[in-house]
Design a protein. Structure first.
Length: 505
């Protein structure tokens, strides 16, 4: 079924509602998935502890491979818009085995982060109640394990329900929450700079060009750790590509939205990080951004001194950020699972579409159940296991982003040298971006073998972060072999081939 015919009928070849999201809507959902308010409050402190005032330089270094990979994604989407993105494109370029593992990397990363986002939303939900009712004890309710788990499951169920209702409902929900968090972040940055100008900042620090120099970072280990954190905070922009069968002008809009999302996020991060460093400095005491006691949530510490009586808005912004990202993050795994079911790489039930909402019904519910189960198991067994798995996310992000970027290089190899544009966008940009991310994958894997990496937990002297990260990838390989045994046609190239034709069920 051709693209033009499917659009005329109002459905993609998989049954999704075509033309339901425009460029602005896609960018908003992309920003939501990255969750700037939540990501900044969690990442600023740890990154400052690694690289100090060179935080802007590390953001720039992390931004470069993200932009280069986004350009490669755009070219792949222009050639073959498909909701399976990494899975479909890697399968077309490298064959079914690498394609399946690329899809697994995306699914595993997003399922894990869904549980984390829900947990963060719950923490800030009870913090918000404590602030509203001026009762600090309410914030401690999140430490009661049964209540914490029950509330987290409610958040996951709510996000699943909105996602199940399709892109129109998702888009409306995201406009409100994303708009609010960006307004509050802007307010925070302006207020922080105003304090610096008025001489009322905690540790007013002058911004210098050296802050933007990545070569000024003291060691490669600090550099790699900073870049690893930076890559994590940019992750999520590819959700705009997984919506490609539901966007207007599916060959162009998703790629443009991905590039625009990365650039907009970079502007947000740079503005807020500069405001934070200028106001608080990098000291290890008091309100300093380098204080270990502030690293869990830097905005929870700075919102009061910077925003005064309006500090509660920051708590609401972080809550809305994590809740919005929880909902929008469902888009990627649901559509990847849908595509894998459609192309018979997973059981056919994953390809089911809601007849009312034209959304991936079975896949969305399956993603919610997997995220809920992951949270309940890891949170019950060990809180260290939960957070170390989140730390291992960087490995999986670099893994599937790197595979997809190199898929672009290989898929377009015959036309890479036919002009300057093809050379840069189809060869050089994705090649450099993909190599950087795969180098970071192996570097992080090696570093995480150290028991001191992450929470400091280990099994037999091997770091728990490495065991969990490698274990998730190994689990994918086991499931892939099981699917080969049950449904060999996909793995024999009979469904989605490396040739130019597209599967027509």
């Amino acid at each position: 079924m051709s693209t033009s015919k499917t659009v005329e009928r109002g459905l993609s070849e998989k049954g999704l509602k075509a033309g339901s999201v425009g460029l602005i809507g896609a960018v908003v959902i992309g920003i939501s998935c990255i969750a700037p308010a939540y990501t900044l409050t969690a990442a600023l402190g740890p990154t400052v502890s690694e690289v100090g005032v060179h935080l802007p330089a590390i953001f720039l270094v992390g931004f470069i491979p993200m932009l280069l990979v986004a350009l490669g994604y755009r070219e792949l989407n222009n050639a073959m818009p498909d909701a399976g993105t990494s899975f479909t494109w890697a399968s077309r370029a490298f064959g079914p085995w690498i394609g399946w593992m690329g899809g697994w990397g995306l699914i595993a990363a997003t399922i894990i982060v869904l549980s984390n986002l829900a947990a963060v939303a719950v923490d800030f939900f009870y913090l918000m109640l404590a602030q509203i009712f001026s009762n600090p004890e309410l914030a401690d309710l999140t430490t009661i394990l049964p209540l914490n788990i029950a509330t987290t499951l409610v958040f996951i169920a709510g996000a699943c329900w909105i996602s199940y209702r399709g892109m129109e409902t998702t888009k409306t929900f995201q406009y409100v929450l994303v708009g609010f968090q960006l307004l509050v972040l802007g307010w925070f940055a302006i207020a922080a700079f105003a304090h610096v100008a008025n001489g009322t900042a905690f540790d007013a620090t002058a911004i210098t060009p050296d802050w933007f120099n990545p070569f000024a970072v003291e060691s490669f280990s600090q550099f790699a750790a900073g870049v690893s954190l930076s890559i994590f905070i940019f992750w999520g922009w590819d959700v705009t590509l997984t919506m490609n069968e539901e966007t207007k002008n599916p060959e162009k809009t998703p790629g443009r939205a991905a590039t625009a999302t990365v650039v907009v996020i970079m502007v947000i991060y740079m503005t807020v990080s500069l405001a934070t460093l200028a106001f608080a400095g990098i000291g290890t005491e008091g309100l300093g951004a380098g204080n270990p006691e502030n690293q869990g949530s830097i905005f929870a510490v700075l919102a009061g001194p910077v925003m005064g009586p309006f500090a509660i808005l920051m708590s609401l912004a972080i809550l809305s950020s994590s809740a919005a990202s929880l909902q929008s993050t469902f888009v990627s795994p649901a559509r990847t699972l849908l595509s894998m079911g459609h192309y018979k790489a997973l059981p056919k039930s994953f390809s089911k579409i809601s007849p009312t909402h034209k959304s991936p019904s079975y896949a969305t519910i399956a993603a919610a159940i997997a995220a809920a189960a992951f949270y309940v198991i890891t949170r019950t067994l060990s809180e260290n296991a939960l957070w170390d798995t989140i730390t291992a996310l960087g490995m999986m992000i670099c893994f599937y982003y790197g595979i997809t970027a190199l898929a672009c290089v290989w898929y377009f190899r015959a036309e890479a040298f036919r002009g300057a544009r093809s050379f840069f966008f189809k060869f050089l940009a994705p090649l450099v971006g993909g190599v950087i991310l795969l180098v970071m994958f192996f570097k992080t894997a090696y570093d995480s073998m150290d028991p001191s990496y992450g929470s400091g937990s280990n099994i037999g002297g091997l770091g728990l972060v490495f065991i969990l990260g490698a274990g998730v990838i190994l689990l994918g390989a086991v499931l892939m072999l099981f699917m080969y045994w049950r449904h060999p046609e996909f793995f024999k190239g009979q469904v989605l081939s490396r040739a130019s034709q597209v599967y027509n069920p």
